[in-house]
Every structure is written in C-alpha cells, then in structure tokens.
Design a protein around this ligand. Sequence first.
Ligand code: SF4
Length: 737
Amino acid sequence: MKTEYTFCRICECLCGLKVTLDGNRVVKIEPDREHVATEGHACVKGLKQHRIYESPDRLRHPLKREGSEFRRISWEQALGEIGGKVRALRAAHGPDSIGMYVGTATGFDMLHPAFAQGFMTGIGTKQMYSPHTQDCANKFAVAHHLYGFPFTQPFPDIANTKFLVIVGGNPAISKFSFLQLPHPMKKLKAVVERGGRVIFIDPRRTESARMAGEHVFIRPDTDVFFYLSFLREIFARDAIDREKTAAFMEGLDRLRGIAEPWTPDRTAEVTGIPSGTLRDIVSGYLAADGSALYSSTGVNMGRNGALAFWLQEVINAITGNLDRFGGTLVGRGIVPFEQIGRKRGLLLRKDRSRIGGLASVSDCFPGGVLADEILTPGPGQLRALFCTGGNPLNTMANSARISGAFKKLDLLVSVDIFLNETASLAHYVLPVTPFFEMAGIPFIFPIFCGLQHRPYLQATRAVLKPDGEQRHPMEVYTALARACGAPLFGSRAVQAVMDLNMKALRSKLFSGIALTPERMLGLILRSGGQPGFRKLLRHPHGMLRPPHQEGSFLGKRVVTENGKVNLAPGHFIERTASLDGVYADELKNRGMLKLITKRAVRTHNSWMHNLEEFVAGDNNTNYLYMHPADAENAGLAEGEYADVSSATGTVRVPVRFLEELMPGTVALPHGWGHQPARGLSVAAATHGVNVNILAADGPRNLDPLSGMAHLTGIPVTVKPAEGPHDPTSWSGISETK
Ligand code: SF4
C-alpha cells in the first residue's frame, strides 16, 4: 500500500486528497486534512471518483461506429481516417466547416484546453463552443466590458464581509462558482457568528438558506428587477462613494436614468419581494462596514443574466465595496493574465456567429446556435465537430434538436473517458486519460485569475497509470493536428517540435529529456516566476502564495481603454429598454408555473450517475418538485407522474412535494436522461429525464448580450401524465426517444 497526496479536479473547490493505492488501483480516498487551503474539505463525489475510473464502461481503446455498433480500432486507423475526412472537408468547404465543443472536464486541466485550442487554431476555424453559454457567459460578457477582460471576476471577501447577499446560489450543495472556497457553509456561518448578515435570495429555501443566514423568496427569473430597485435605492439615498467613482470609474450619470422607473413597489409586483424587505436589505448593505452582492447560476441562466450581473457589479463598485476587504476583491494570478490577454487578444475575439450574428464570449460562440450552424446550408456550415471532455447532448438547451443536428454531421469525434450520450452518436471515439492519470496544477481560474479564498499553488503527479490505450490530451491533439495537416497553433515549427517530443516520450532512450506534461506545467509555472513543478511536489499539501490585498485593482489592473471601470457600456444601457416588455410578460404570466433547476450533492452532469450506489432505489430518477398547493391545483398527488411542457417539448416525471419552494415554482434537477448513452451501463438504466428538452435554442432565444441560453425560470404547464410512461426514453415519453 502506498499513500499519495493529490487534489480533486471535478469542481472549483479543488479539494486536497489523500489517496491510498494498492499497485495501480486506488483503494481509498480521504480528504487531505493538512492542506494549506482546502483544510480537509471534500465531498462524496471526490471521495468516490476512483469507482468511476474502475468501471468496466471506461473507454480504454479508440472506437469507430459502424451503423449502430461500435468497433474497437487502433489509434493509427482512427487518426488516419479522421485526418482524411478533416482534410477533405477543409479543402471542400473551408476551415469553418470544422468546429469544436470544449467541455467542462477539460477546464480543470491546463494542457487539455490549450492543446485542443492549438489544434483548432491550426485548422483555422472560428467555430468554437463551450459550456459557458449554459451557465456563466453572462459573467464573462460583463467583465469584458466593465473591466476590459472577461476573466477579471471580483469575488466576495467572505473572511471579512459583514453583509453578504447571495442571489441564485446554493453553496451547501454546489459550492461557490468563480471562487475556490472549501467549507463554504462553515465560512458563511462564521459571518453570522461575528455579527454579520447573510441573505439568500432564491425561489427555494435551499439547504444553504436553512443552514445559515436569512432567506427571501424571489419569483424565478426576475432577478434583474431586484437589482434595478436596489440600484434605484442607492441613488435615492445618495449612497455613492463619490471619491472612488470619480477616480476609477466612468458612466455613473448614465445609470441613474435606467434605475429611476423601477421603484421597489413596482418591482415587488413581479419579484414577490415586498418593498419593505428590499429596502431593509439595501439599508443593511449600506450600513455594514464591508458588503457584497454575489450571484450564481440561478441568475446566470435566466433571460437577463447579463443585465442582472452587470447591475450587481455596478452596485458593488459605486458603493465603494469593490476592491476592499469585506466587499469584493480581485485576485492576482501567477501572471498578469488580464494584461497578457489584452495585449495578445486572448479571450477577446471580435467575430460573430454565422447564424444570429452573436458575439463570441471568451472566444466561443453560443452553444444555442450550434444546431443552427449544423443545419443551415451555406458557406461556413458546420460539418464536422470535435467534442472534447463534454457531453453537449445532455447539457445544452433543446437536447432533442441538438441530437437531430449531430446525426447530420459528416464527422463527429468524441474525445472522452466514457461513451456518453454525445459520444454514442460519434463516428469516432478517442479515449483520454482522466485526472488521476494526469499530472496537474490548479486550473486557469485559481492560478491565472487568483479566484481562491486563500491563494496557493500545488502540483500533483499522475496517481495512476492508464489501464488501456488512453492517451494524454496533449498527445491526442498533437497526433490529430498531424493527421489533419493542421499544425498545432498554426505553426509548423511547433508541430515539428511536438512530433519529435511525442517520439521521445515513447522511446526508452530519450524519454528522460522529453517534454512531459509535468515539464510543460513546470514551464507554465516558471513563466509566472513561480516555483517549478518538482519544487511544488515537495509541498504535497500545497504552498501558500501572498494573500489578497485591497486597493490592488482599481487604477492598477483595470484594462479598459482608459483604465477606468466602464459602468455603463452602451449596449447594456440600450438593452434595458427591453425590460418594460419583460415586466409586462411577468405580470401577464404571474399565474404560470416556472421551472428552476435543483442540484443534489451526489450528481454531476455526466459521470456520477454511473455509480450504482448513487442511483440505487428511489435515486434512480429525477423528480419534479412541486409545492403541495401547486400540485393540488394541478390535480397531482405525490408519486404520480406529471407531464411537464414548455414551448419546446414535454417530459414525464414523478412528482415530489417540496414545501420549501416558492408557490408558482417547480424544480427539476438537470444532468439526467442518460438513456441514449451506449457506454454508461448504470446511468443508461436510470429513469431520469433530460430537463434540457424543455429549453429553447436558436439565436432568438438567447441573451443577445452574452449568448446565454435560458435554462431557468422557464414557463411550464404541469398536468397529470396521459398514457403510459417510457422509462427507457430520456423524455419519459416514447415518441420523442
Ligand atoms: S467539493 Fe467534491 S467534487 Fe468538488 S473538488 Fe471537492 S471533493 Fe471534488
């Protein structure tokens, strides 16, 4: 038996882990209680992840689909055939006929997204997609225009705040996003214990709201009106930090006018937040010595997630809470990423999608136009797609339409660890190494953007060796680039060096001098003046970096044209004109049910449902959660099946009562509907439905400021199911299978 220290790369917490190994097998995972920053935090997903790796379903060899069957083939054959098809498509239809979807799993590694992008740069395509427009592109779009760079993301200083408002977030289950904060509930309870206030604004009295602080209901997808009234109160009370705004910001005068019409009494009609409650929240926020507004996916995934987040950032900024202890801080990465990005145009592409003319955000087009890009003929029509570390069929809006579009592709290649729903439609499936089989350092957010409550560095070697023909993503994309005649990063020199390197890695004689992933990561670290990989390995519990500082951002690291925070980007101001119509719709639809999501601690978008103990018994499906009064109105008893319909589709699920929901709100957990997956034997046998069947795609259904799909607050009708349900279908209804 041997012990290794590593860290989890499933979510942003990056929990330090102590792993017990028996040969090339993990027998036990425990939290690393000596870790300098994650302090012994870990959840059940991280502690059971080795069971996923051990699954007989794991991809261990390249596969080729022939009809409806998959056949094992060699890497050489896979690369040769894919290369031939890509060369032909590129020659006949141009580089934009080839695209890539870069999934979340890649984001927790440095080299996977870098080499995948390098391959696409070599192809010369702009057709890049990511999950951002499902859950967070609104934040990138706002940061781009306010601070000059999309990855500049202020975060609440929870260690020092006296007043924290969390809108649409549930840290007890989902942790924080855009902030690495282990033990989130312990830290939120500490705010209350030291006399501060934590207020959750949410259509559900969540697990977090039950554990710490106070809770205020809000009607789903009306957050923008809450923020507008909040901003109006700031102006009405003249609670503006004039010194800071004059020195470091511009556009303040343009904000007053947009907030003015939205009195708390008026917005209460649609948000359900009484005006007195809103005024009390504003009073508390202004009175505290260090306050912060924070929001998460409940806001991001609404119709106006970009406007709502913009208003939040504006409020934190003009009240003087940006860049101060107790308010929001902007971390420093190991490199001045915002300056490098600005100089090189990284994450700042200006091109627009062929369909819908939507802006790229963080160098990716909205996933909501992907089906249209495939289905619409004309120059630049997408004909080949590489899906790397992602499962868009399960996670993107209008899954049924995406499925139909993917079937029309001339070439679909999945680079993954399982034959998931998306991979099951692929022509070729290439197995990559999962995290325990890869060396790593914390991914780009923590170490390039400083989004860590306590800045630190860590390095881990691969804990396991691949148990089949899985290859490291660096190797996969170097080989694909060569096979497709598209040199990595568009450079023949880089391709030649990497080709030689790959040969060296596989040779006994030269492997000692080859550029291994560890050495590559060491170069990244040293480019930021940090200790190299080997030195970090001597600190298995992590190594602290200098702590965050207040006053280190404004006037110093804002990278807009004039170095000032742009409080009022023109197109954001213009977009507020649409809110009268949104408000009128909300009034009209007050009697309708609205659908939100609800995450469980044991679920993860694609993998965790393939673990028997996570889906045993009653846990083998998702449920439609309803307030008992709403269920009674709909004529539904607990346990009965309901048909849930939106403008896009219908799913059939059993009902569970949940009194903690705001009446008028129903909740359906996402990440289910694995029935079409050919290689998730446990998950495919579960009965849950794919909630994204109910969400609309297409350019007219996306937020024009950010390209975000509308995945929460969807108006739905719920009625007793008619006819038998089909648990083998991802909708629960046989005809849409
Ligand atoms: S919270 Fe869980 S899934 Fe996230 S990093 Fe920690 S152990 Fe992994």
